[in-house]
Design a binder for this molecule. Structure first.
Ligand code: UGA
Length: 484
């Protein structure tokens, strides 16, 4: 089919490349002329595993880039809207880009078209898009609007698209349903998986993707409810981790027991410094705002956000507990992206923690395998130093902080690290190492939800000193509802 994808951000670019990969003719549109020029030159504006291969494979063939919404709409049977919906402050997403695109699409509709909303949006957005299309001259009967939320994670977005847990089709009429079924048929009937040279999936055997058909409003709700639920799961496990740490239990063991319950599941139980990124923080606030508009007080979500921010403060507190004062302390930082596998630093807990440390007078030298360019935009050189690799970031430092879960950090040469560092102190906000292994390597190793190990192999200096950080804030009053 002939498709247009409006917006070349993370979601738009991955969707356009993957739609081309499953056999469609795609025009990928952005109003940023420089970005379109870059894409046409073969450059890839974001760090996303497998995206460069897909762009290389389809660019100039099934995948074209354009800056004209009108031309792309005219040439396409279905148009995906994948423009940004950033937080406008106060929890409401800024929907102006979606509105502007809808208005522009309206002027180019001359034959029946499907308009598919794929950006993360509050419930009832499809309804608003329909109104805008009509107001801007798209005749009734000339278009249908559907919701097709994406569940892509940065870092694994390509395989998430091609091998999805589910494809949600939010449709209010037969035309939308038929069109969306045709678009996704290579995945839902599995023809894509039987071809030679396809992008390999996460499992040995690829099953055809499961389709869930709902109305548009339910699909819109599924997206917000899923992201808010996952964020809640992370805040929950972080609180459990803080309790585990305070009482000397081990969060890894707790998660093994907890996640083995099929009703809970093992995923998204990784304790750490909290969630970040362009989705969870914004979507939790936006979903709470949707509830508020409906007269519903979804206070649970305020707690999810509060706990998430508190988790960053807890980590800074742990750095203080390890080093006492922070003024002029030389800290190495590994990881600035909001998670491993991406160059995205939006709402990154790592960046928030570095900012706090700088406020207290620490000197920071950081390294990230992919996010240094984007990090420099928010933490200019001068505020911090940037290293060329992990060992340079750690060299002559009082402590090393692990703030992003890049797999390569978990494979660091501990002996080399121990040799280059001034003091053998590591604070791991992502639980990348086994505490026993770190203690055996001579490190004073602080992680999240796991007790500090002090062994005989450590320098004498550590013995008899109480290092245990204060993991939970001291309660000033008993929490409401707790039995006396
Ligand atoms: C998230 C959702 O997982 C996707 O399904 C969704 O499509 C996407 O948002 C979106 O709305 O566009 P993403 O933000 O790319 O994807 O990344 P996640 O892998 O979900 O991680 C989000 C944050 O939670 C990261 O900071 C990560 O480090 C943190 N996290 C994740 C934890 O702290 N613990 C975990 O167990 C899992």
């Amino acid at each position: 089919m002939r498709l247009a994808v409006i917006g070349c951000g993370y979601v738009g670019l991955v969707s356009a490349a993957c739609l081309a990969e499953i056999g469609h003719e795609v025009i990928s549109v952005d109003t940023d002329l420089e970005k379109i020029a870059e894409l046409n030159r073969g450059e890839v504006p974001i760090h996303e595993h497998l995206l460069p291969q897909l762009l290389e494979r389809h660019r100039g063939k099934r995948l074209k880039f354009s800056s004209s919404v009108g031309d792309a709409v005219k040439q396409s049977e279905a148009v995906f809207i994948t423009v940004g919906t950033p937080d406008s402050g106060g929890g409401e997403p800024d929907m102006s880009a979606v509105e502007a695109v809808a208005a522009e699409i309206a002027g180019s509709i001359s034959e029946p078209k499907l308009i598919v909303e794929k950006s993360t949006v509050p419930v009832c957005t499809c309804e608003s898009i329909r109104k805008v299309l009509l107001l801007h001259g798209a005749g009734t009967g000339r278009f249908s609007v559907a919701s097709n939320p994406e569940f892509l994670r940065e870092g694994t977005a390509v395989t998430d698209f091609l091998y999805p847990d589910r494809i949600v089709l939010g449709v209010d009429d037969d035309f939308s349903a038929a069109m969306l079924y045709s678009i996704y048929r290579p995945l839902t009937e599995g023809a894509y998986y039987r071809q030679a040279g396809v992008i390999p999936g996460p499992h040995a055997k690829a099953e055809p993707a499961r389709v869930i058909v709902t109305n548009a409003k339910s699909a819109e709700l599924i997206k917000h409810a899923a992201n808010a639920f996952l964020a809640m799961k992370i805040s929950y496990i972080n609180m459990v981790a803080n309790i585990a740490e305070a009482v000397g239990a081990d969060i890894d063991q707790v998660c093994t027991g907890l996640g083995a319950d099929a009703r809970i599941g093992p995923q998204f139980l990784q304790a750490g410094i909290g969630y970040g990124g362009s989705c969870f923080p914004k979507d939790v606030a936006a979903f709470q705002n949707v509830a508020f508009q409906c007269g519903i007080d979804f206070a649970l979500l305020s707690e999810v956000t509060r706990i998430n921010l508190e988790q960053q403060r807890q980590f800074v507190k742990k750095v203080r507990a390890a080093l006492w004062t922070l003024r002029n302390k030389r800290l190495g930082v590994l990881g600035l992206a909001f998670k491993g596998g991406t160059d995205d630093v939006r709402e990154s807990p790592a960046i928030a923690i570095v900012r706090e440390l700088l406020k207290e007078g620490a000197q920071v030298c950081a390294y990230d395998p992919a996010a240094m360019v984007k990090a420099r935009e928010v933490l200019p050189a001068g505020a911090i130093e940037y290293a060329e690799n992990e060992y340079q970031a750690a060299a002559r430092r009082d402590a090393l902080l692990l703030l992003t879960d890049w797999p390569q950090f978990a494979r660091l040469d501990l002996h080399k690290l121990r040799t280059v560092m001034k003091l053998p102190i590591i604070l791991d906000g992502r639980n990348l190492f086994n505490p026993n292994q770190m203690a055996a390597a001579g490190f004073l190793y602080y992680s999240v939800g796991r007790a500090l190990r002090v062994t005989e192999t450590m320098p004498n200096l550590w013995h008899g000193v109480r290092f245990a950080p204060q993991a939970v804030p001291v309660m000033t009053a008993r929490p409401e509802g707790l039995p006396v």
